[in-house]
Design a protein around this ligand. Sequence first.
Ligand code: BMA
Length: 340
Amino acid sequence: MQVKQQLFRRYDGNPILVPGQWSHTVTAAFNAGAVNFEGETLLLVRVEDRSGISHLSVARSSDGYTNWRIEPEPSFQMDPGRYEEAWGIEDPRITQCGDEYMVVYTGYSRGGPLVRLASTRDFRTFERRSTLMPPDDKDAALFPCQFDGRWALLHRPSSSMGVKGKVGAHIWLSWSPDLRHWGDNTILVHARQGGWWDANKIGLGPPPLLTDYGWLILYHGVRTTVAGSIYRLGIAMLDRNNPGLILVRGNEWVFGPESEYERSGDVPDVVFPCGWILEADRRTVRLYYGAADTTVCVATGDLEEIIGYLYRHCICGHLHEPGECCPVAAREYVDLTGNC
Ligand code: BMA
């Protein structure tokens, strides 16, 4: 399928990182966190080898597209002695806080996926901080600043009742004074129901991006079909001072599996971004995403265009001007009982 309107345009040289570029045997390199570091683009790539277990590996490039230099050794490995990481570490989202980089990642624990935090200043040594959310929880990222002295985390809890039980898997917002104690948990972005592209199960992509209009978030929606799941991406804007308020939410997905490298691989029909970088022009966004759970790809978008599109395609069906707050977007109805 050829999509007519492309807010995110694929780089012609995709995929930019493939398993064969690693010096040891790697079966998949995907779902990378991204950050500007020491004047270069640094990706923290989820790497899977023949054990089936993932670790994280640093790759650097001066232009963010080509000539990637991959660290010969894994940069951040699971701690096999820890219940929380017994089966690997996955899907890092990096948030810069001063000269520290907060890496929120999925720990594949014996009890299911959970949310872990590590910090680093150099991407060579990583300090494990704590488990932020118990199982089942993933797709989490920190905001880069505090709000009235509290840290904020977006994350996606789910339960075994999950999709089949019609409870749905939604994006939640939680707060902490110290990055250790978390509370004030509120559901923020609801998965819709029925036939929508983002029905039943959604999850945050990269960390929230601060724009002139608020925090832009990109999230995936999982469409379940008889042939498997399709992971596509949509956008929403959160209030700058109160990220618990959705200002607008896009009605349709804006990026989905289309290219051959997204449609076939270990898990077909998946685009899964964990990082994006706003260039110095403050307009160009480079979106780094895992393609089909196999390779790392990049697409670029224009921030003004993305925001303009979002305000014209809100979930409420009405046109908004950038800066407006939609009274409907935050209240998309979720029926927790499954009764309509
Ligand atoms: C999600 C995560 C991702 C993965 C995606 C598609 O649940 O586990 O790591 O890319 O599924 O398989």
